[in-house]
Design a protein around this ligand. Structure first.
Ligand SMILES: [Cu+2]
Length: 133
């Protein structure tokens, strides 16, 4: 008698769970649009203040943003007359009496530009620099 041999076929169930690691490292990519390219010429321009004492400007280095109109409120805190003048930029406050102030508007230059008090530039070196940032 032959005994039929039952071949117990062991089915190895391979856990074929191939985890496909998609290259996408989680997280939503936020495309950074750099649409804001340009000189940043905002409407209205910038406003800065400058004062004069006897006999110098405060600050002597007047920082202004580049690329637009700049309005400077110039106040004379000294006891003598002063001016805020730049031949290069074409403005001149004229004489500003002690305690008075005057507003001057100009277009920001490309680079640092000197300004003076016409009354004391030579005698007291009353000069300043518009520093474009
Ligand atoms: Cu002066």
């Amino acid at each position: 008698m032959m005994r039929a041999k039952t071949l117990g076929t062991k089915a190895l169930v391979l856990g074929a769970f191939a985890l496909l690691a998609l290259g996408a490292c989680g997280g939503s990519e936020t495309p950074s649009d750099s649409s804001a390219s340009g000189g940043g010429g905002a409407n209205g321009g910038a406003q800065v203040t400058l004062s004069a004492v006897d006999n110098e400007f405060e600050p002597a280095d007047l920082a202004v943003p580049g690329g637009g109109e700049v309005t400077v409120e110039f106040t004379n805190n000294g006891e003598t007359v002063h001016t805020f003048t730049s031949e290069e930029l074409g403005f001149d406050s004229g004489n500003v009496l002690p305690g008075d102030s005057k507003t001057v508007t100009f277009t920001a230059p490309d680079g640092d530009t000197q300004f003076v008090c016409t009354l004391h530039a030579e005698s007291d070196d009353m000069v300043g620099t518009i520093v474009v940032e």
